[in-house]
Design a protein around this ligand. Structure first.
Ligand code: AR6
Length: 205
């Protein structure tokens, strides 16, 4: 289900807005989508979990992914030795309908250190896509990393995410690489944030 921007919506400038206006590209736009869904139901190559540094499961989407995957997932995660903030690790998907799970550790949002938070969040998206590509995953669905328990305001997290993903897609053509990136929203605030930011980073052709 594609979430269309309401007619007449004007994109507002955001803190993480692009430095230059990106050129419209149908080929790039075709490689991204926004979906309102429970990420545990998606049959894509890889889903990206909003994990914590221990990688041992928790609340939010992390809890939902571990519950749906079953105990095999946490057993594999235990062998990974945790993960730094801004980085990501990949595992099997066990009982989930996707093929792999990428566990990305977003920053706990710090309003006094906005730039550091943004750099760490963008790094999660870039590292996740690199890992996906290295592991032959062509379709990747992202949770709205850091926007729940970790407190990153959705209206700023969305442009940071879109900016990093756009850069990756520009640098890595679809042929034999990643051909679809889906932003999974679960709450209205995230739907609104992506509807505001998608037309800025992926302008309609
Ligand atoms: N499908 C898609 N999105 C979901 C789902 C779902 N089933 N459930 C929640 N969301 P959060 P964070 C959305 O808090 O801020 C955990 O305890 C939710 O609406 O899951 O990165 C970890 O173990 C929100 O937009 O992740 C860490 O300790 C988004 O997922 C910590 O929380 C992310 O919210 C990570 O916090």
């Amino acid at each position: 289900k594609l979430v269309a921007a309401p007619a007449g919506t004007k994109p507002r400038p955001t803190l993480a807005g692009p430095k230059t206006i990106p050129a419209p590209s149908k080929a790039l736009n075709d490689r991204v989508g926004v979906v309102l869904s429970d990420i545990t139901t998606l049959g894509v190559d890889a889903i990206v979990n909003a994990a914590k540094r221990s990688l041992l499961g928790g609340g939010g989407v992390d809890g939902a992914i571990h519950r749906a995957a079953g105990a095999g997932l946490v057993r594999e995660c235990e062998r990974l030795g945790g993960c730094e903030t801004g980085a990501a690790k990949i595992t099997g998907a066990y009982r989930l309908p996707c093929r792999r799970v990428i566990h990305a550790v977003g920053p706990v949002y710090d309003p006094g250190e906005h730039e550091a938070s943004e750099t760490a969040l963008a790094s999660c998206y870039t590292r996740s896509l690199e890992l996906a590509a290295e592991n032959g995953c062509r379709s990747v669905a992202f949770s709205a990393l850091s926007t729940g328990v970790y407190g990153y305001p959705s209206r700023w997290a969305a442009p940071a995410a879109l900016s990093a993903v756009r850069k990756f897609l520009v640098d890595h053509p679809a042929r034999a690489g990643i051909d679809k990136v889906i932003f999974v929203t679960f709450e209205k605030k995230d739907v609104d944030a992506y509807n505001e930011s998608v037309p800025i980073f992926f302008p309609p052709v």
